[in-house]
Ligand binder design. Structure first.
Ligand SMILES: [Zn+2]
Ligand SMILES: [Zn+2]
Length: 283
């Protein structure tokens, strides 16, 4: 039986290698991390020693999966030219950093159209992805488009949006997908039961293709189904209920997909420990 790929988003405070340190301290086998301060546009390049400390970290092999999440500032559908230019440059730089750390993919929210309309927004995102990939031809790190709650004008709340991007980029093989349980629920997909969750994955497979699924953000939702409001809650304490999480933990096809928590926590990671136990108990 293969080992379960389960963990949480971990802070890089103190250096990028600290995400490994923190993940391993609570026996994670999967970790998500930022590759720089996520509230800033740009950062100085990673120093050679920082990269080495990360790649040769002695506990790194205990993590079966480690991947990145991009800054929340990036919006490839931005209508302001300066904001859009910053987004493109920041994405190229983050992909380069993730590649230096040998991370397989960088999770990114597709973008918000800010009134330009869905179709125009999706086209702009696909064209922007093409332009970013063009300047970094040797970067192997993929972009994992994340399903969103559809808050405001955010795109990605329908699987069709992601499929549209795949269909319109020049190099779809450099893209994959990250599914967030709290987001799909807030976006309106009914995963309040095991049967509903199976149906949602069937829909995901039909529209996007399960082979494109690279990661799952395993979060409960503080907000109701269809609310389009993105608020994460501890597993079993929110509106989704345990059925979805039981399905995800037990489904054989999802066994090889890393699952990470993005739920609120204190420095001592006590909440992560409790949530991971709740999830393992569903196995
Ligand atoms: Zn995200
Ligand atoms: Zn997420």
């Amino acid at each position: 039986m293969t080992k379960i790929l389960l963990g949480a988003h971990m802070s890089i405070a103190g250096g990028v290698h600290m995400s490994i340190e923190r993940g391993c301290s609570i026996r994670c086998t999967a970790v998500q991390m930022f590759v720089k301060n996520n509230m800033q546009w740009f950062a100085r390049p990673l120093a050679r020693e920082e990269i080495r400390a990360f790649l040769h970290h002695r506990e790194r092999k205990e993590l079966l999966s480690i991947f990145a999440h991009s800054s929340y500032l990036i919006n490839l559908a931005a209508t302001n030219p300066q904001f859009h230019a910053n987004s493109m440059r920041a994405l190229a730089e983050e992909l380069t950093r993730a590649n230096q750390l040998e991370l397989p993919f960088l999770v990114m929210h597709p973008g918000a159209h800010l009134g330009a309309g869905e179709e125009a927004g999706l086209t702009k995102i696909a064209n922007s992805i093409d332009a970013v990939f063009e300047v970094i031809p040797d970067v192997k790190t993929k972009i994992a488009l994340e399903t969103t709650a559809g808050q405001g004008s955010c795109l990605g709340d329908r699987f069709e949006h992601l499929e549209h991007i795949f269909a319109n980029v020049r190099e779809p093989e450099r893209l994959c997908v990250c599914l967030d349980t709290a987001h799909v629920f807030a976006a309106g997909y009914d995963i309040s039961s095991e049967a509903g969750t199976r149906k949602m994955f069937r829909e995901f497979d039909r529209v996007i293709g399960l082979e494109r699924l690279a990661a799952i953000h395993i979060n409960d939702s503080k907000t109701a189904r269809g609310s389009r409001v993105d608020r994460h809650e501890h597993i079993g304490k929110g509106k989704i209920g345990l059925g979805a999480f039981r399905f995800i933990m037990r489904d054989k096809r999802l066994r090889k997909i890393p699952k990470v928590l993005e739920t609120p926590k204190e420095k001592n990671l006590a909440e992560d420990i409790a949530n991971l136990k709740t999830l393992r108990d569903l196995l």
